[in-house]
Design a protein around this ligand. Structure first.
Ligand code: ATP
Length: 588
């Protein structure tokens, strides 16, 4: 069922369309290159004339100086034009890097949990860095080196055949087809080696990302040596693959060297004979030998272009599927805002991809606007799944979720999510101050509003104890908050947004019962008249809910108010008695 939204594009099409869009930079670079090439092939002719002039004795004094000044001027002009084309071209190629990274980021931002469950962070990071660099080089260096190399080749060969002697050129160029064949063989090996190298680099990245993220667990279990060994193996593997690619690339140069040596031997043999026969001047033979030297660059460029293109192709083969991956949830809705109205699950069933057992099985719930719903049940019963479907992280396999009478798919995804404040089981804090974390979705909120939200979340007193108060930086580069503090920052964040529907997914599991009760009390007062769905293991948190459903293996097995459920004498009643007993034992 998974198919690409965009037609598959080859790296050549990608670069082609990029070049068309930035044709000015490319044309300007190409013009400068034409200047460089024309001047470069003119130099041997100039030198040949000087040599013949000197040998014949016609060139001396002011005339000789003039010729030498012309030569130096040509050299300086070549230098300036070379700098110019490089600046033009690389500025354009960097733009391709920026475009690709922006596209990649935009695509990742539209992906939901199913995509990130399949993909690995380190691998995605490798694609955004290494692979984009490789494609960028194929569009920059490779493109222009290819153009420059071909141009120089054509001009040099033209000068050799038309400007010196076509018979000599024919013989001197004999070894070149052999070189072309060896390039073709080498380039295929280089491609495979680069592909493997990029894959292994990804695997290494994954390993580093995971071990750094889980470093405390590894250390606590004394697993650092094992992780270190694994790291060593992966680094070795990545380095070996990179080295194999470089080894194959290194084969280009000897191929060029051998070809040129053979060509020089043929030139000197045949050219010497022609000079002896008086059919060629010494100056012409000198110029011809210099032209042979000038073939080094086009030959080298060919090898270089091939290896850059192979690297680019291998990288593009890894990037393209991510760039073309359709969003895991289609945003086809057109309604721009969610009006007030009841919320209904109508016979909703859902299984996670690759799992046969349903995570939700024919779940039906009706919730009037402003009501609160408690969702309870043993671990793995489907509580979080219920909230995930409401947030459209996943789509139901069967049934329908309606809000204000319409299936939620009819609302724009952004509109739907803007109507919901969701506090997940494990909230994420960014490396920023507590204020910035609380005001994440409302950056314009005043300090008083942030503090008010923190008070409602029972966080204010904790924050005041930090040396920098609300400016304390938390997350990866700051203070580590306790699990309960993190959860309360997330609650404050949700409260500050003040959205019509609040979803708490076991969001107070890390705070004690009294704090939880206090926060819920605040929530009830602050959000009176607004809808809330609260999933929790602790039944006391939900006793005041307008409705409670008990989920077991994805099915609703009990439903009612707290009192009704106690009267039913089922799982809820037994669990309630057990938790009450536990509370009283803890209090004793
Ligand atoms: P808990 O109280 O432990 O948080 P829960 O009631 O919230 O549990 P869910 O997280 O909704 O339970 O999970 C319901 C079932 O779906 C479980 O069997 C779980 O293993 C499975 N499940 C949850 N997330 C995924 C996923 N991303 N991929 C596959 N299966 C999943």
């Amino acid at each position: 069922m998974r198919k690409s939204v965009l037609p598959k594009q080859s790296i050549y099409q990608l670069i082609g369309s990029f070049v068309l869009r930035h044709w000015r930079a490319y044309v300007l670079s190409a013009l400068m290159l034409v200047g460089v090439a024309a001047l470069t092939v003119w130099v041997p002719r100039e030198v040949g004339r000087i040599v013949d002039g000197l040998v014949g004795g016609q060139l001396r004094g002011a005339g000789l100086w003039r010729e030498l000044v012309t030569l130096v001027t040509m050299g300086v002009a070549i230098y300036l034009l070379r700098v110019g084309w490089r600046l033009q071209l690389f500025a354009a190629a960097y733009r391709l890097g920026v475009e690709l990274r922006t596209r990649l980021y935009a695509r990742l931002a539209t992906q939901g949990p199913p995509f990130f469950q399949r993909s690995r962070t380190g691998d995605l990071m490798a694609r955004a860095t290494n692979d984009v660099d490789a494609v960028e080089m194929a569009a920059g260096e490779a493109f222009l080196a290819g153009f420059d190399g071909t141009l120089t080749l054509v001009l040099v060969v033209a000068m050799m055949t038309l400007g010196v002697d076509w018979r000599l050129a024919l013989v001197a160029l004999l070894p070149f087809p052999v070189m072309a064949w060896s390039f073709w063989v080498i380039s295929r090996r280089v491609h495979d080696a680069w592909r493997q190298s990029l894959d292994r680099f990804s695997a290494l990245n994954d390993h580093v990302q995971e071990t750094v993220a889980g470093v405390r667990t590894l250390r606590a279990l004394g697993l650092e040596p094992r992780a270190g060994k694994e790291f060593g193996t992966r680094t070795e593997a990545a380095a070996a693959a990179g080295l194999a690619a470089l080894k194959w690339e290194a084969a280009y140069e000897p191929a060029v060297g051998l070809t040129l040596s053979a060509a020089t031997v043929l030139t000197l043999g045949m050219g010497g004979y022609f000079v002896w026969q008086g059919q060629l001047s010494v100056g012409q033979l000198t110029a011809f030998t210099m032209y042979l030297g000038q073939l080094i660059w086009p030959m080298f460029a060919m090898g270089w272009v091939l290896s850059l293109l192979e690297r680019g192709r291998a990288a593009w083969a890894r990037l393209e599927p991510v760039l073309n991956e359709p969003p895991s949830i289609e945003d086809r809705g057109t309604i721009e805002s969610v009006p007030a109205g009841p919320l209904a699950f109508e016979s909703v069933s859902f299984s996670y991809p690759g799992r046969s057992a349903p995570a939700l099985d024919l779940v039906s719930i009706e919730l009037a606007p402003g009501q609160s719903l408690g969702v309870v049940g043993p671990t793995g019963a489907g509580k979080s799944t219920l909230l995930n479907l409401l947030l459209r992280h996943y789509a139901p396999d069967q049934g329908c979720i309606r809000w204000a009478g319409r299936p939620i798919e009819q609302y724009r995804l952004s509109a739907l999510r803007a109507a919901i404040a969701w506090v997940p089981q494990e909230p994420f804090l960014f490396s920023a101050s507590i204020t910035q974390n609380i005001a994440l979705a409302r950056a314009e909120a005043s300090r008083a509003e942030v503090e008010q939200a923190a008070r409602l979340a029972d966080l204010h007193h904790d924050v005041r104890r930090f040396a920098d108060g609300y400016e304390t930086v938390v997350g990866e580069r700051g203070v580590t908050l306790s699990g309960g503090q993190r959860q309360r920052v997330a609650i404050a964040r949700a409260l500050l947004t003040d959205r019509p529907l609040l979803l708490l997914d076991d969001a107070l599991s890390a705070v004690d019962t009294a704090t939880e009760a206090r926060i819920l009390e605040h929530l009830r007062a602050a959000r009176a008249g607004r809808t809330a769905i609260i999933a929790s293991h602790r039944l006391s948190a939900l006793a005041d809910a307008d409705q409670i459903v008990v989920l077991k293996a994805g099915r609703i097995v009990e439903r009612g108010t707290h009192d009704e459920l106690l009267a039913q004498g089922g799982w809820y009643a037994a669990q309630w008695r057990y938790q009450q007993l536990e509370e009283s034992l803890n209090a004793a």
